[in-house]
Write a protein that binds this ligand. Sequence first.
Ligand SMILES: *Cc1c(COP(=O)(O)O)cnc(C)c1O
Length: 389
Amino acid sequence: MKQVYLDNNATTRMREEVLDAMLPFYGQTYGNASSVHGFGRAARKAIDDARQKAADLLGAASIEEIIFTSGGTEADNFAIKGAARALKPKGSHIITSSVEHHAVLNSCKFLEKEGYKVTYLKVDRYGIVDLDELKESITDQTILVTIMYANNEVGTIEPVEEIAKIAKAKGICFHTDAVQAVGKIPLETKSLNCDLLSMSAHKIYGPKGIGALYIRKGAKITPQMHGGHHEMGKRAGTENVAGIVGLGKAAELAKKELNEEKRKLSDLRDYLYKGITSRIESVRLNGHPDKTLPNTLNVGFKYLEGESIVLNLDMEGIAVSTGSACTSGSLEPSHVLTAMGIDPAETQGSIRFSLGRDNTKEDMDYVLDVLPPIIKRLRDMSPLYDNRK
Ligand SMILES: *Cc1c(COP(=O)(O)O)cnc(C)c1O
């Protein structure tokens, strides 16, 4: 059966070049990067090379601004808890948004239990945070603003440049979860003026279980992992050398291919969306028509239940999801679509197609052949569809 993977915002297939770069570090190059002998030095050199590649992709001023973590989730936890703890003497108020990934939302919720106050900014119907509400929310207690670069469920790109300016003008630390933006759209930490930025390798065709936090030189952050003097004293633990090498290779390739890939994916995405709307009625686009990631298409099929669409597509070899990987399987409506003010009846039937570098026009045509009869069959069975008039 034909297989079409359209869940690249959940994870991506690791590239051959990345695997090839990693393999020696599971074999003959096994030294501990902290050791002074040749074995150790070989591992250290590989880590430094990878750090340079990550710094290049993120447009960092120096490689010392890149700290490797176990993934995007740890980078978010480190950024938020680490900044909150370091800045506690200045205040205890944090501002985030209501559409963040759970790595950010639940880090903030955890800090609330520790006595911090958190403001969750509202978003408009496209998922964009309200800059006026941000300005009004800032108090003399505000120490951290954490707003994602681009949303994993609907693809909406937040006005991070403006947010960074607002935070900087008030001397407030700004963190952005850029896990979905890195490698997909051009971004540069130097000019962005963010203090902290999270990325993850497995969202850019690298291995799972490795990520990085960009920490601007001079930004205050308290380590959350204690032990040896690894990662410039900011994150203890013997380095995951193979993973770091994989992240470096994925970063190098992402930087080289970014523009070409961006164009290719947005063309395919637009083709898919046009095909869906011309073949199926009562479809809504969830997200912003142009301030969006090139690879993400979230559409609501009115009168339907997303899980049943996912399962029916799965039977035809097509992998999509109802939203984020973390919430699928639960029947709770997406917090992102809910925050965007979408009617619960419509959030239910929403599907995320997230494209990747392996996808072709033939894949889109296959979806466009398979999807309309599924939607028709499910709607024919749906009492909501019967009662729609
Ligand atoms: C995937 C993702 C994360 C978590 O990254 P992991 O490496 O899977 O822990 C965080 N934020 C966003 C926006 C993501 O898409």
